[in-house]
Ligand binder design. Sequence first.
Ligand SMILES: *[C@@H]1O[C@H](CO)[C@@H](O)[C@H](O)[C@H]1NC(C)=O
Length: 266
Amino acid sequence: MRVVVGLLLLLLGLCGSGAQGEAGGLGEVAEINQNTDPKDAAEESTEQTTKQTYPDIWTELRALRDMVVELNVHMELLQRENSATELVSLESRLTSSESRTSDLEKENADLQTRLSSSESRIDQLERENSEKPKVAFYTALTDDGHLGPYNTDITLKYSKVFTNIGNAYNPSTGFFTAPVKGVYYLQFTVMGLNADNTAVSVYKNNQRIMANWEQNNNMIQKYLTNSLVLELTAGDEIHLVLPSGQSIYDSSGNQSTFSGSLLFTL
Ligand SMILES: *[C@@H]1O[C@H](CO)[C@@H](O)[C@H](O)[C@H]1NC(C)=O
């Protein structure tokens, strides 16, 4: 395209200067004709020459004009072709951009779907988590030393309550009450001191489910420890019993303890 334009300009330039030169020549010739005697023989020949030159110049000018017109047409065609090619390439680029955009839109929609489902899942988990009951207790029996022996079984009321999340353990009754259906972990340790025979039983809803004992075997301190994993329903009660004739010891050292927690709900 640039070559064509350059060529055109060159041609126009040439044409312009040629025409000017010719015009100057014509002017001079006309002047000569005015200021001299037309009947002069020498000038006759000059006039003859000028007459011969005129048609050539006009023919040439017409030819040049035609060429310019032709070149213009040609240039327009080239421009049109060029812009058509550009249009085709733009169209193909647009098409590929559009398909990429629709791909991205699809991906975006997928991601949004996944995000909103994740968000609702998180909400649900947060709700479940906040609604999930928290149950954990840890107690020790007494600071008063020896308890027992008595001639009846007595419920052990662990009076030093160190942890009682969910308030499922009641120190005034010594009962642990399951607040929800679930699996619970329970653990206890009892200490016997000096000549004590020591023992402890576990009750669920006033039914014994475990019996432990440790006879006096001339050891100063005796320990019993055991644990349970129980499936309980809401309202089930657990308590520990000191059997008749047995004795248990606790002090500020927290040797006799009862603790438990909810592992998970069912
Ligand atoms: C008994 O347990 C309580 C609570 O954990 C604690 O403050 C106290 O110091 C313990 N007693 C001894 C002698 O460690």
